[in-house]
Design a protein around this ligand. Structure first.
Ligand SMILES: *Cc1c(COP(=O)(O)O)cnc(C)c1O
Length: 472
């Protein structure tokens, strides 16, 4: 450690001396002088506590690293190699380029958000999407709120506050811990009336429950689970004549919801929003699940009911901003051209990728991964199964491919795998895989940029296997 003029008795330079160094001046330029001085002071205090002595430049470099770490974004971009395409914890849908451009443009400028350009007076935020949603769903009217949970809350609060809402026991779902149908219902002020049993509910159960206090009948897509075996549920189309006769509203919460028949893209069939609209009075669905847009919740259906929803004071508390509205408009427009949808909408493009193409990419990446990890691990190209995620078609997986990484040492393998997963998470762009079958699986379905991915691997360090072999 170099000696300097302004050192304390433990050999540490003064704050002033450090601030005169080139590195500290650069730090002050980037982060402001007071932040730089604070960081230098903290760094020197820590060095003093640890009994360490360093030169001015080294102290400044440490302070700069401290400032950079504090300045790093908390919302980090990651590689989603979990195999779950719409992963709620990783932000669900990756949106289309046209949607990104539209959102950026809306954020950059003033926009006619609630302004009627033709008449030159106040307009309605819902006008932005109303025609598109009518066209794509066949509904008479439509509105949009923060997310689908908000859509369900708002619909129930508008139609069933202080009244009863009838739901099948087989549809009282919880999604991701935060969304529990009975709780949403009580927050909406509706009294839950459960009918049927967990596995079987019949039309007669609904008939028996309908009465003067009924506000609505709610159908809920079971989303993230399946009841198999001896089961029965009543389809919305079979409930519609009954609810109509009783003059109560039929609500269908589709959860994911899709605007097109996925079977046409080689994916499992899921009823479309248009089919649901044909039966129910109001239909709710998400913007960032299968639809492939930003987070949002749609409410589509009868015009008189949508008008009542728009008058609910909760509506403005749950509304979305101009950036998301712009992104949604651009996303929905892509559905006007189904032939090119799979190439333009990332969610559909990723879901329809051919397993052979994914396997070919895995073969190209395998040697580089093996080289980075050294001889403590095997790296193999494997077949695996992707999931759509976000509750869409939970039991149906799509064939995919990826890399399976396994430690060679049997002893301490679990710790090595966890260490490897942690090393991948520490990369400049963290890589998130999943641990299965004694290996770390990187499902490459959602990987687009091979070159950038390889560069990102440059700093990967395999967890040390020698400590394991030494302990054996
Ligand atoms: C996902 C889901 C919701 C919640 O939707 P968000 O957009 O996440 O708020 C509600 N109902 C069902 C059936 C769902 O699958």
């Amino acid at each position: 450690m170099a000696n300097t003029q302004a050192q304390d008795r433990r050999g540490l330079p003064s704050v002033d001396a450090v601030m005169r160094s080139a590195a500290a001046r650069a730090a002050a330029e980037r982060f402001g002088r007071s932040a730089a001085v604070d960081a230098v002071r903290q760094e020197l205090a820590e060095l003093r506590r640890n009994g360490l002595a360093v030169a001015e430049d080294d102290a400044a470099a440490l302070a700069l690293a401290r400032l950079e770490a504090a300045d790093a974004a908390r919302l980090r971009r990651v590689y989603n190699l979990t195999g779950t395409v719409l992963h709620t914890n990783l932000g669900r849908a990756v949106v289309a380029e046209t949607a990104i451009a539209a959102a950026a443009e809306a954020m950059r400028h003033a926009v006619a958000l609630e302004y009627d350009l033709r008449a030159g007076r106040r307009g309605d935020r819902d006008d932005v999407l109303r025609d598109l949603l009518r066209e794509l769903t066949g509904a008479a009217d439509a509105t949009v709120v923060n997310n689908n949970a908000a859509a369900v809350l708002l619909v129930l609060n508008t139609l069933a506050k202080g009244r009863e809402a009838i739901v099948s026991r087989g549809e009282l779902i919880e999604i991701g811990g935060a969304f529990r149908m009975p709780e949403i219902m009580s927050r909406a002020g509706a009294r839950l009336v459960e009918v049927g049993t967990t596995n079987r509910t019949h039309l007669k159960d609904y008939v028996d429950a309908l009465g003067p206090k009924t506000g609505a009948v709610l159908k809920v897509h079971p989303s993230n689970y399946r009841i198999e075996g001896f089961t029965a549920q009543v389809a919305a189309a079979s409930l519609a004549p009954l609810t109509r006769r009783h003059g109560v509203q039929l609500i269908d919460d589709l959860g994911s919801g899709t605007l097109i028949d996925l079977a046409g893209f080689g994916l499992p069939h899921e009823p479309t929003v248009a089919q649901a609209v044909a039966a129910a009075d109001l239909v709710t669905f998400s913007g960032d699940k299968l639809l492939g847009g930003p987070q949002a919740g749609f409410i589509v259906g009868r015009a008189d009911l949508v008008a009542r929803i728009n008058k609910n004071p909760l509506k403005s508390a749950l509304r979305i901003d101009k950036a998301r509205l712009a992104a949604l408009e651009a996303t929905l427009k892509l559905y006007r051209d189904p032939d090119r949808l799979a190439s333009r909408l990332p969610t559909l493009r990723l879901l329809t990728r051919r397993p052979d193409d994914i396997a070919a990419m895995a073969s190209r990446l395998r040697p580089a991964m093996q080289e980075r990890l050294g001889d403590g691990f095997t790296v193999d190209v494997v077949k695996c199964e992707s999931e759509i995620g976000s509750g869409a078609l939970p039991r149906q997986t799509i064939p995919s491919a990826g890399l399976a990484i396994r430690p060679i040492a049997a002893r301490g393998a679990g710790r090595l795998l966890a260490g490897l997963a942690a090393s991948l998470r520490r990369l400049p762009v963290p890589v998130i895989g999943r641990i299965a079958n004694d290996g770390l699986i990187l499902d490459l379905r959602c990987l687009d940029e091979e070159g950038a991915f390889l560069e990102n691997l440059a700093s990967l360090r395999a967890p040390a296997a020698y400590s394991v072999s030494r302990s054996t």
